[in-house]
Design a protein around this ligand. Sequence first.
Ligand code: BGC
Length: 524
Amino acid sequence: MAGGFAVSAGSGTQFEAKITPIVIMSCIMAATGGLMFGYDVGISGGVTSMDDFLRKFFPKVYRKKQEKGLESNYCKYDNQDLQLFTSSLYLAGLTATFFASYTTRRLGRRLTMLIAGAFFIAGVIFNGAAQDLGMLIVGRILLGCGVGFANQAVPLFLSEIAPTRIRGGLNILFQLNVTIGILFANLINYGTSKIHPWGWRLSLALAGIPAILLTIGSLVVVDTPNSLIERGKLEEGKAVLKRIRGTDNVEPEFNEILEASRIAQQVKHPFRNLLKRRNRPQLIIAILLQIFQQFTGINAIMFYAPVLFNTLGFKNDASLYSAVITGAVNVLSTVVSIYCVDRVGRRALLLEAGVQMFLSQVIIAVILGIKVTDHSDNLSHGYAILVVVMVCVFVSSFAWSWGPLGWLIPSETFPLEVRSAGQSVTVCVNLLFTFVIAQAFLSMLCHFKYGIFIFFAAWVVIMSIFVLFFLPETKNIPIEEMTERVWKKHWFWKRYVDDDDDDDDIDYNEPKKNYSNGATELQP
Ligand code: BGC
């Protein structure tokens, strides 16, 4: 998820900036924040398909798993506690976002990352040492708090520390790290599933590596100039700016941050502003993009791929192996997105992916449907391979469209004065629906059976129609020009952005300045 609260500058202004060791260091930090999140997303599915783990924590599920028959296969993992193991993380994460929005503003980005690291380490300890279900869930909740804090702070940190010209790319880079984390988790599960009876412990405990790296990282890096200036530490902010840009000539950028910070102070109620009529298009789009992203069904695959493949009759080993393949496809296709997003545009990627996702889901449903009516236990080898290929086709199209763009588009469309509040809402809605899918998928699989894929395919049709008619292209449009060039010209949304709007917190008669770099100053 989390790809992208990074706010990219849109003014096109280029300040003098070298890619200094501090900036490189920050990229490594982003890697650990993203890796940590991805690892948590990817690890639970493999672990819940391991017999040792099930026998210890979910004996009922374990007994069900031993029964034969594809019909009952669909229901063998239908257990609320088991789903809670996965979903509790997201529930905790979305609650933590509210606090994280406060700490990023008041305590700074760096300290918020440190808090995240501490939560992660505590969560890993509880999980790795778990003796009962309670410890397991407490561990997941602690990890979720870490996710809430990290996913708010790390991308903000990144977008502020990066020179403008690489800021957009960094946005998707964070998502890339999430996918690498998922793949990493799949690989670990594949290895640890062969270690009996405590392989699952190793899977859960190895999350400690990115957690410790994030913690150490946040102890050694400096806070962003934006955050320091926002908190009134002007001299320190300027000194840091000189260090990270590798030049003494930082006056223009410093002034811009200062100005953005001043404007931000004038916004008394960012969340109330967000609800104003002229912000309606961006708000509706940001919320719908998050819901749609989750209703592509991606996390049914990311969380439960091994369980799903197992359900289809794959042996444990083959299930975990197949999850590794889909994880790798996810990473590679995200790279495609980095390359294409500013060339072919957002709409083209989303629409193409819509077709590809729809077809692959329908094909999967048909294969499974035929098999169920056959009353055969497992899929034949040929069909099984076809299912894995179709899952890969599905995952790849998600990874170059809804995955990164679900995050990128909200981050580049909200106007400056509500950008931060908009990002918080984006994160919350995303985690909320991630939770819904995590909690409901295995029950849905049990009730809908292969029809689950038709369910998601239907959603793909709805979201593609939405993109076709309601999502404007934002490729290559500077953020500050979005209102004029995008919203005011859109056949539907233009009615919301009339000039004489209701009262504002901001005095718009002030001379227009270039605030690109202070975009993230506007914490609610
Ligand atoms: C989504 C996550 C998902 C991941 C898969 C992200 O964009 O927000 O929910 O697990 O992509 O790569």
